[in-house]
Design a protein around this ligand. Structure first.
Ligand SMILES: NC(=O)c1ccc[n+]([C@@H]2O[C@H](COP(=O)([O-])OP(=O)(O)OC[C@H]3O[C@@H](n4cnc5c(N)ncnc54)[C@H](O)[C@@H]3O)[C@@H](O)[C@H]2O)c1
Length: 339
């Protein structure tokens, strides 16, 4: 049974009726993928959640496992996947997204984006399914312009600790482009900017989860560099609404679409906000800036506004307020498990 109290949509799937449709969601046990699974079940769809559980957690979907319309398939998309039933849509969300996680197995990260996307594009072609790629703002690298629009070609490096992720995602976009042009596969590419919210792994090393968990535990908040670098943070419900709009809007939408919140904050502003909202007295601890860390990051979302009628609605302070109780519960749960 779908547990409405679990971290999940928190808002409706916008009245969309997807009954009779079967959706493959790769990376469905991860942060964004698990929200997508919930939204689709709410909309009446059948969901095939395909995940190798490398960074995802069964915990994110355990309340869904008994439902008739939900099937979990433990599978690595680097190997071809052949569902034993008809499918209509594929969301390719599989890939570790947090730098410490994707840098652990860089060649596997690259292969997940490239060979994984290739396998899924072949599947989409064989089955006549529409397919959406979770691409990323990292295709812009350390951008020399702000905000970043889709026609900005980026400032990226092929060699360096972030390249396995950034270049893998760029190559995946090329595959999506070619399958659309050569094979007429119905493709969509979402360039996702930093997103946060319930269902994030407290230990996966992203800035919002790090800060909230550190603040709640009374530890120093780790700020890389001087903290003046900027990010734009999108609340997960807004992002998922954007992904759904991109997948289910009819028309020629094969070109990449930025999805993110255009309001920009410095990392120091985020730290202050988290301290204020958690009531924590933690101090800030500055560490060296990781190599190739982007200094600015802000989406131009005009294309999404025009083509999809989509824009985010949840301000950072509101999203942080909705996210803190989730991490507090996660911390309490792991403390209980250790007793
Ligand atoms: N969250 C963000 O801010 C953000 C920003 C830009 C892009 N994205 C993209 O969105 C997607 C989802 O990100 P997320 O934040 O939910 O990350 P996540 O790490 O929580 O989820 C990724 C999921 O993919 C699974 N996975 C990884 N490699 C796999 C493989 N080879 N085969 C099968 N499953 C595999 C993991 O187990 C996990 O469940 C990723 O593709 C990521 O690159 C996310």
């Amino acid at each position: 049974m779908l547990d409405k109290n679990k971290p999940g949509p928190g808002h409706s799937s916008e009245g969309r009726d997807l009954s009779g449709r079967t959706i493959v969601i790769t990376g469905g046990a991860g942060f964004l993928g698990s929200h997508l699974c919930r939204h689709h079940l709410e909309a009446g769809a059948r969901v095939l959640c395909v995940d190798n559980l490398s960074t995802g957690r069964l915990r994110n979907i355990e309340d869904l496992l008994e439902g008739h319309d939900f099937k979990f398939v433990k599978h690595d998309i680097i190997d071809p996947y052949e569902p034993g039933e008809a499918i209509d849509y594929i969301f390719n969300m599989a890939c570790p997204a947090s730098p410490p996680k994707y840098q652990l197995h860089p060649i596997r990260t690259f292969d997940t984006s490239v060979r994984g996307s290739h396998n899924l594009l072949e599947l989409a072609m064989r089955r006549g399914a529409r397919i959406l790629q979770a691409s990323t703002s990292e295709v812009y690298g350390d951008p020399a312009v702000s905000p970043q629009a889709e026609d900005y070609r980026g400032n990226v490096v092929t060699m360096g600790p972030r390249a396995c992720y950034d270049e893998g995602k760029r190559a995946a976009e090329t595959l999506f482009y070619e399958y659309n042009h050569l094979h007429k596969v119905d493709t969509r590419v979402a360039r996702i900017f930093n997103t946060y919210g319930p269902a994030m792994d407290p230990e996966d090393g992203r800035v919002v989860s790090n800060f909230i968990v550190q603040a709640l535990q009374g530890h120093d908040l780790t700020v890389y560099g001087d903290g003046t670098q900027t990010r734009s943070f999108c609340y997960v419900d807004d992002l998922v609404a954007g992904l759904m709009a991109l997948m289910y809007t009819e028309g020629d939408l094969a070109d990449p679409v930025n999805l993110g919140n255009p309001v920009e904050f410095t990392i120091l502003e985020l730290a202050d906000l988290v301290l204020a909202e958690t009531g924590s007295t933690s101090a800030l601890k500055h560490l060296d800036l990781p190599k190739d860390d982007p200094k600015i990051r802000r989406p131009n979302i005009e294309h999404a506004r025009d083509a999809l009628g989509w824009e985010p609605h949840v301000p950072l302070i509101e999203g942080i307020r909705r996210t803190i109780p989730y991490f507090a519960a996660e911390i309490a749960q792991s403390a209980k498990a250790q007793v």
